[in-house]
Design a protein. Structure first.
Length: 243
């Protein structure tokens, strides 16, 4: 996003106060102000984070990834945009996360063995508005980590970003006090204490989630660099959807 677009965005969003008070002719945008403007506009490159030890691709293109796993329903709408806020269609989104007991499918773990299982994993492809939808359950937690969901945004085997998003601590406290989750209780690791997120509200890695019907609805936006190398070393672009 160039300076002109940043200025326009700031004006449209009513956040002109972010600009230094030094007169229009001499206005400059610092790195911090640029980051804040992009955050306000919803346009950024999502930071990469570790995929963790429990990733595998079960090659299951499906919206509902629960496989009967218990927990509060969670409907996710994940949007993919480029650095200029254009929605991107035909991007594959993989998500995977633990169940309400903190167990990942496909692996033997200290608190359970889920080898050969594929629950709470799946892939969806973004539509013309850049959105992919999933039906899952609100994740539980395991020691040492804040509540989170892992994701990849990719085209075939070319990955734009591998990362994780966090859940608001206050929402976690509400969910984990409900009958479905109260046996394990609150997650002792907050986002600020987490080794990945480091902050109560980690920049660009926090799910917007709220109660909805008998469960919860979450929205998350992934910002990506649309250039990906092809097999000959040239650079291609993914398809832009409708705004």
């Amino acid at each position: 996003m160039d300076r002109r677009k940043i200025l326009k965005t700031l004006g449209l969003l009513g956040v002109g106060a972010l600009l230094p008070k030094i007169g229009a002719a001499a206005q400059a945008i610092t790195d911090a102000e640029l980051a804040e403007a992009k955050k306000a506009a919803g346009c950024w490159i999502t930071p990469s984070e570790t995929q963790g030890p429990f990733y595998f691709d079960p090659k299951l293109v499906r919206r509902d990834i629960r496989e009967g796993r218990p927990g509060a329903p969670l409907d996710l709408a994940i949007t993919v945009v480029d650095k200029d806020c254009h929605p991107l269609r035909d991007v594959m989104i993989d998500i995977w996360h633990c169940d309400k007991e903190g167990l990942y499918s496909g692996y033997e773990q200290p608190h359970g063995n889920a080898e050969g299982q594929t629950f709470l994993r799946g892939t969806q492809v973004t539509d013309d508005k850049g959105v992919a939808h999933f039906t899952t359950v609100y994740p539980g937690w395991y020691m040492g980590r804040a509540t989170h969901i892992h994701f990849k945004a990719r085209i075939s085997e070319r990955t734009f970003v591998t990362s994780q998003f966090a859940f608001p601590d206050k929402m976690n406290d509400v969910v984990y006090a409900t009958a479905q989750y109260s046996e394990r209780g609150a997650n002792p690791t907050t986002n600020a204490d987490d080794g990945i997120f480091h902050e109560e509200e980690p920049a660009f890695l926090l799910l917007d989630v709220a109660p909805s019907g008998k469960g919860y609805a979450g929205k998350f936006t992934i910002g990506v660099d649309t250039k990906v190398p092809n097999k000959r070393g040239a650079w291609g672009h993914v398809n832009k959807g409708s705004s």
